[in-house]
Ligand binder design. Structure first.
Ligand SMILES: [Zn+2]
Length: 67
């Protein structure tokens, strides 16, 4: 998971292609962020003990490879 904190906001970046999610969130709304990104098709993935996130585009292509 690539999350950057700047001032009092957090933004999330796709670990595959580097796309930044279209909005940022207050630093204390991590759970809100998780819900919103998943509503838009972003997918958290657990990998080597760390969380990664894929944007909706990359999540689809990754799912396609798994099938
Ligand atoms: Zn991506």
């Amino acid at each position: 998971m690539t999350i950057t904190r700047k001032d009092e906001t957090i933004s999330i970046i796709c670990d595959t292609c580097g796309t930044t999610f279209r909005k940022t969130f207050p630093h204390d709304e991590f759970a809100v962020m998780q819900r919103e990104i998943q509503q838009e098709g972003w997918k958290p993935r657990r990998k080597a003990g760390a969380w990664e996130h894929a944007c909706s585009h990359c999540a689809q292509s990754q799912d396609g490879r798994l099938l």
